[in-house]
Ligand binder design. Structure first.
Ligand code: ATP
Length: 202
């Protein structure tokens, strides 16, 4: 069993995540791509940089986004565990969950090139390196060219350029601009119905 852990804030999920996850699954011949929603993304919520949408709503949007894509599986592992989200804990859960009498799963930890450079600051890096092969998703634009610290082994998957990010989508919604085609239609409906990313209430 070859399984990838593709973690993210997914606030909101968009075509960059979906297409990226799909490409990784194809390139690495994976059986599953787990899209793991960060419960409390300490690197984004810490220091009060911005208010992150509640995890249950981000999971709901991800479920809507991949509903018709069997290759991608939304995962609530980090919500179920609660508290701050650390990939080392998640890899341990995935390792235990997918171990069968035939042996342990082969796990791939997917990180964007923007995040790769900071891997050395993540918790329990020895667990990350022991339990998974790191896969760097070369993300053109934001953080392009970022790589893990020296000595850290990794595989590289280069993506076609897609100029989209959660930040850009939130900014567009706040400015009243359309986000059609940047994410799936049911996600847009969810954002509108729940009045996400607007600065003022209706
Ligand atoms: P934000 O703009 O809010 O910081 P984000 O869109 O970068 O968010 P995350 O949910 O934090 O998204 O990202 C999850 C993973 O998806 C990360 O590894 C990130 O690098 C990757 N990713 C996000 N957008 C793209 C994109 N357009 N192309 C490729 N990878 C992407």
């Amino acid at each position: 069993m070859r399984v990838a852990v593709f973690g993210g804030t997914f606030d909101p999920p968009h075509i960059g995540h979906l297409f990226g996850a799909l490409c990784v699954g194809h390139e690495l011949r994976l059986d599953r791509v787990l899209m793991v929603v960060a419960n409390d993304p300490w690197q984004k919520s810490g220091g009060g940089q911005r208010e992150v949408t509640p995890a249950s709503q981000r999971l709901a949007m991800l479920q809507l986004a991949v509903a018709e894509v069997p290759a991608l599986e939304p995962s609530s592992i980090e919500l179920d565990r609660g508290g701050a989200s650390y990939s080392a804990d998640t890899l341990e859960t995935v390792h235990d969950t997918y171990t069968t009498p035939a042996g342990p799963p082969e796990i791939f930890l997917v990180v964007g090139s923007d995040a790769a450079a900071g891997l050395g600051t993540w918790k329990r890096t020895e667990v990350l390196r022991k339990l998974a092969t790191t896969v760097v998703l070369e993300r053109p634009g934001k953080g392009a060219g970022g790589r893990p610290p020296s000595g850290w082994e990794y595989e590289l998957v280069v993506l076609p350029e897609l100029e989209v990010s959660g930040t850009r989508i939130r900014e567009r919604v706040a400015a009243g601009k359309p986000i059609d085609f940047l994410t799936e239609r049911p996600v847009i409906t969810y954002i509108n119905n729940n009045y996400l990313y607007r600065t003022k209430s209706p």
